[in-house]
Design a protein around this ligand. Structure first.
Ligand code: HPA
Length: 278
């Protein structure tokens, strides 16, 4: 169940700070990916602390700012840092960016994350277009009393990751010469990383990348009628694939190494978007 009050307070705060904002789409930046916001010409910046539903981002590597910006002339809300279910403060902080986007008339959201690679042929630094996902969180943000803001009671999930936007992202990859993989993102709750046995099991179930985010946002966006596109930065091989422990530092360091490619890709993708009727 997602409480409406903090979401509506957030909308009021954003409208007050950016009265002219009309974002066509949004972008949520995952762990270590905040610098992607440099690809946008800023029109305004608002700290999450001033947005009641978002509050202070609690995780290292997440800047905690909403950047209102433009790239290729496409007005965008860039959420520099995300809130997670594992922070234990409910779904409102996870849902707020999507509530803001939908309420302000945006048509799409670009979700990014840092993820562990379960595909042994891949390597850290690889980038993956999310074709579909598997929710292993055991919960969904849509549990509880139905709120029609988030679509019908039983949202269809056959086409969460928009085919045209994925094709546009592939095109952007080719034009910017950034290699892209395709795969299935698998979400657990975190905050623990997985055990090697879990990774073997999840791989057998169809995971290419594993993480602790994105899926609830994709479910909410899809239910609310926003088009979704997603990109995972494979920051490490998932547990047990290499004979070494996982650390947040490794996740952060790899995301920084992949940053130049991601920025190039994003700049080109926004050029592709400028041609799309969003
Ligand atoms: N597992 C879960 N979440 C992650 C990982 C991982 O290996 N890497 C980055 N986020």
């Amino acid at each position: 169940m997602i409480l409406r009050k903090p979401l509506e307070q957030s909308l009021a705060a954003v409208k007050k700070a950016f009265p002219k904002a009309k974002p066509r789409l949004g972008m949520i930046l995952g762990s270590g990916l905040s610098d992607i916001a440099d690809s946008f010409e800023p029109l305004g910046v608002l700290s999450y602390e001033k947005i009641p539903g978002l509050g202070k981002a609690g995780v290292a590597g997440h800047a905690g700012r909403l950047v209102w910006g433009k790239s290729a002339g496409v007005e965008t809300f860039v959420f520099q840092g995300r809130r997670h279910y594992y922070e234990g403060v409910g779904w409102e902080a996870v849902a707020t960016p999507l509530f803001l986007l939908k309420s302000l008339g945006a048509k799409a959201v670009f979700l990014t994350n840092a993820a562990g690679g379960t595909n042994p042929k891949w390597k850290p630094g690889d980038l993956m277009i999310i074709d579909d996902h598997i929710n292993m969180m055991g919960v969904t943000p849509l549990l509880g009393q139905h709120d029609p803001f988030w679509g019908p009671r039983f949202p269809d999930q056959s086409f969460i990751y928009d085919r045209k936007l994925r094709a546009a992202l592939s095109r952007a990859g080719k034009k910017s010469k950034v290699a892209l993989r395709h795969g299935v993102y698998f979400a657990g709750t975190g905050p623990t990383y997985e055990t090697p046995a879990e990774i073997r099991a999840w791989r057998a179930l169809g995971a290419d990348a594993v993480g602790m985010s994105t899926v609830p946002e994709a479910m909410l966006a899809n239910a609310a009628g926003l088009r979704v596109v997603g990109l995972s930065c494979i920051t490490n091989m998932a547990a047990g694939i290499l004979n070494q422990a996982l650390t947040h530092q490794e996740v952060f360091d790899t995301s920084q190494k992949a940053m130049a490619s991601m920025k190039k890709l994003i700049l080109q993708f926004w050029k592709e978007l400028a041609k799309e009727t969003l």
